[in-house]
Design a protein around this ligand. Sequence first.
Ligand SMILES: N[C@@H](CCC(=O)N[C@@H](CS)C(=O)NCC(=O)O)C(=O)O
Length: 219
Amino acid sequence: MLKVYGHPFASFYWKAAIALFERNIPFEFLMVDPEHPQNAEAITRLAPTGQFPVLVDGDRVVIESAAIIEYLDLHHGDAPPMVPADRKAAIEARQMDSVFDDYVQAPLTRMVLNAIRPENKRDALAVSEARATLDRTYAWLERWMRGRTWAANDTFTIADVSAGPALFYAHWGHPIPREHKALHAYRARLLERPSIRRVVDEARPMRHLFPLKDFEPDG
Ligand SMILES: N[C@@H](CCC(=O)N[C@@H](CS)C(=O)NCC(=O)O)C(=O)O
C-alpha cells in the first residue's frame, strides 16, 4: 500500500491527500509530529529540507506535491488525470497550480511563520509585503475566475487541488475582499468538493494551531 508522510493541518499535504481522495486510492498515513519522531527522521532523509508530503510506493519515493499528483495520475486509480493528458491544457493547469502555490500559499506561509516566531524576531515589513502580494493576487484571480467554474480548462485539475488549501487558509489569514464575488464563489465551490471537504474536516480538530487569530474560517 502507498505510504504518505504528512500532517492533517498542512496545506501541501492536503494537495496530495485531495488527489488521493479524488482517485479513491487507499494509503497509509504517516503523521509527522513530535509524537512520531521516526516519521520526522524518515522525511529528513527522504526530502532535501525534510518537508512533506513525501509519498513512498514500494522502493519509489516521490517528493513535492505537484510531482506526487502527477505520479498518482500515471500509476494509481482510474479517475481523469489531474494534469490533463492534452499538453496544451496541461500548460494552463500547471500555470494555475504555480499561481496558487507561489502567490497565495507562499505569502500566507510567510505570515504564519512570522506569527510563530518569538515576538522580538517578528518582521512587520515581511508581513505587509505578504499581505500586498495576496491583495494583488486576489484581484488578478477575481478577473481570471469570472466566467469560469474551475481554475483551468473548466475541468477539475491540479490547479483546483492547489487552490483548495491555498484559498482556504489565505482567506482565513488575510480575508478576500467582499467585492471579489467570482473568487468567493470559486472558493465556496472548492469547499463543496467532497475531497476538499474531507481534508478540511480531518483538520477541524486542529484549528487552534492556526496562529493568525483575527478571523474564523467559514469552511
Ligand atoms: N514545494 C513543496 C512544499 C512543501 C511544504 O512547504 N511542506 C510544509 C507542510 S505543508 C512542511 O513540510 N512544513 C514543515 C517544515 O518546513 O519543516 C511541495 O509542493 O510539496
